[in-house]
Design a protein around this ligand. Structure first.
Ligand code: ADP
Length: 603
């Protein structure tokens, strides 16, 4: 095994073309760990393994023995050892390596590695028999939202990716593919190249390519080609239900069909939606569309000087985006992030450990970079042959230049390692490993996101920016916002970067997040996705008509998962056995993730 595992060596490895970059990143990350240069074993302070409530130590041992018999002892791992965070490319599947709570919350009791859909059915039936909560992950790199960690402490993590990692189909005729949970964006891209189809087929990739296509899609992640919205561009699921049956959705329900990856709906209710951001099933196969190579692309970078340019810029972006003149999910990033993504710790610029790095220092540092000083940087890409691109680029240029101080940056002389080239690659279907460099802003750098959606309007951008900035200042946290503009809405992604070993920094980050979620909801904004610790609070903001939507989700949960074994509490949906026992994590409940027991088994 190489010092950074590569893709041929493991399903979660780095593609060979990124190996040097990965090595450099690993060195930088490890140098910023408390135990400089080495991974710290996090000693366990509570009894191990972490048992789920309602399961005694004896019952757990018996359940594990049963599971080993069913799946093979080599595919079952009890987690009774110290935890290790590793780093992005060598991440744990036992806990959240970027935890905002105490290390002993959100910890798995065991990890199981099914090798097939039938094995997943076996695991689900086993969980029902022993009433052990299980938590599925595909790759477990959902960083910023909980990573591989289960919501209920002591759950058994079902690590689908390690053994279920096949690319079952790539169709160069239909521009579709069919994948298992262990297929990362890196792996799909590599396989397309290996088959000599790279000139034809593009994969829509997120900021980092190490996540699985399935995990990212079911959690409704985005990428940066014109396909962008992963959920909208998938077609067909195979799902193991919480009671062990398997269903195929859309055309997959028709035996012998030939359109599973081409027509997502099939006949009757469109059921895919209930399997995204939920705990209603385990996805074992998924169809995904691939984008035809548009015959060329060109990325561009504009900067804007004043904080207050934001509102006018967003007004300019909206019609261009809806008309598809701005063709991809484009990013408007703040200068603090432009400085941080260079990968230097903030202590290089500013000595005090607490408080925000002053604006004048950030601007002075930005001025030294190839991009130059700015407050907002717009990264976009245009597609098609040169003449088609020229028309669109001219329209964008004329529109952006209405803002005084707007500059189009000449990127042709940028060094090869400049962040701009990472955005360029990602926007044209080549996964990269650059984005997380801003985690190196602080020692043991970790991140957690605040991700509200809003219309693409200047006043909404300004309102969200103002509320988030104000809360960051109150809590003494450097402010890293980026607006990701979809077609008719935008996600504001604010990443809070914190020292994972510092209790006060974690507390400040959590308090800041709780404040922002409440502030945003009071103005009519909701999050599109959130971390495990905030799921109850965020779900609680979607409360129209006396929580009618959550009541419907609970009905679905109780019907599909009567024993409440599958990912209890994920996305705020608690099964009947847990309800009314204080499992919800809110501002009032503090930092404990557990409630007062579960309903006794109905025998
Ligand atoms: P990634 O593959 O991007 O690393 P994860 O495996 O961390 O993503 O999964 C992201 C979220 O989606 C997790 O909360 C997980 O429970 C859920 N999830 C991932 N894979 C599946 C799946 N195959 N079926 C159901 N839920 C899944």
């Amino acid at each position: 095994m190489s010092d950074v595992p590569t893709l041929p060596e493991t399903h979660s490895g780095i593609p060979v073309y990124l190996l040097d970059k990965a090595r450099a990143t690993k060195t930088a990350v490890y140098n910023l760990k408390s135990n400089a240069g080495a991974d710290t074993a996090i000693p366990r302070r509570r009894e191990v393994p972490a048992l789920p409530q309602g399961v005694t130590a004896e019952a757990f041992q018996a359940a594990m023995a049963d599971l080993r018999t069913l799946l093979g002892a080599e595919h079952v791992e009890v987690i009774d050892q110290a935890l290790r965070d590793g780093w992005y490319m060598e991440h744990p599947n036992t806990h959240d390596m970027m935890t905002i709570l105490d290390d002993e919350e959100f910890v798995a009791s065991a990890v199981v590695y099914p090798g097939s859909t039938e094995d997943v059915q076996t695991v689900v039936r086993w969980a029902n028999k022993h009433l052990v909560p299980i938590f599925p992950i595909s790759m477990g790199r959902n960083l910023g939202y909980g990573g591989a960690a289960p919501r209920v402490r002591g759950s058994v993590v079902v690590d689908l990716g390690r053994r279920m990692r096949q690319i079952l189909d790539i169709s160069a005729e239909d521009f579709t593919c069919l994948v298992e949970p262990g297929v990362s964006f890196y792996a799909l891209h590599d396989e397309i190249q290996a088959r000599g189809l790279g000139d034809q087929l593009w994969v829509d990739v997120p900021d980092l390519g190490g996540g699985s296509v399935i995990g990212n899609t079911v959690d409704r992640g985005v990428g940066y080609t014109p396909y962008g919205d992963h959920w909208a561009t998938h077609s067909g699921l195979e799902v193991v239900l919480p009671t062990g049956e398997v269903v195929r959705t859309g055309m997959g329900a028709l035996p012998g069909n030939n359109t599973w990856q081409a027509f997502p709906y099939g006949f009757g209710p469109y059921s895919d939606g209930i399997f995204s951001q939920s705990n209603f099933g385990i996805v074992t196969k998924m169809g995904m569309t691939l984008m035809p190579n548009p015959g060329g692309h060109e990325s561009f970078l504009y900067t804007f000087q004043r904080e207050d340019d934001l509102a006018q810029l967003i007004e300019i972006i909206r019609p261009l985006r809806i008309r598809n003149i701005l063709e991809n999910v484009a990013q408007l990033r703040h200068v603090t992030q432009s400085v941080a993504v260079r990968g230097q710790p903030r202590s290089d610029y500013y000595e005090p450990v607490d408080g925000l790095v002053p604006d004048d220092i950030i601007h002075a540092e930005a001025a030294k970079t190839p991009t130059g000083d700015h407050t907002w940087a717009y990264y976009g890409t245009t597609y098609g042959p040169p003449e088609a691109r020229a028309v669109k680029l001219a329209a964008v240029d004329a529109a952006f230049r209405q803002i005084p101080g707007c500059r189009k940056i000449d990127t042709s002389t940028f060094p090869a390692d400049e962040y701009f080239w990472s955005r360029d690659k990602i926007a044209s279907g080549t996964p990269d490993l650059h984005e997380l460099r801003w985690c190196q802003w602080v020692p043991n750098g970790s991140h957690i996101a605040f991700s509200p959606v809003s219309p693409i309007r200047g006043k909404d951008a300004a309102a969200l920016n103002e509320l988030a900035r104000k809360r960051h200042e109150e809590h003494g946290i450097d402010y890293f916002p980026a607006f990701c503009v979809g077609l008719r809405e935008m996600h504001l992604i604010v990443e809070i970067v914190f020292d994972r070993t510092s209790a006060p920094k974690k507390a400040a980050a959590l308090a800041c997040l709780r404040d922002m979620v409440d502030d945003a909801a009071a103005l009519g904004y909701g999050e599109y996705r959130t971390h495990l610790a905030l799921m109850d609070q965020v779900a609680g903001t979607y409360s129209w008509n006396d929580n009618a939507l959550m009541k419907m989700h609970e009905q679905l949960k109780d019907t599909l998962d009567p024993n409440g074994i599958l990912a209890p509490g994920r996305c705020g949906i608690w099964p009947k056995r847990y309800r009314g026992r204080g499992w919800e994590m809110t501002r009032a409940s503090g930092t404990s993730s557990e409630g007062q027991g579960v309903e006794a088994a109905q025998k």
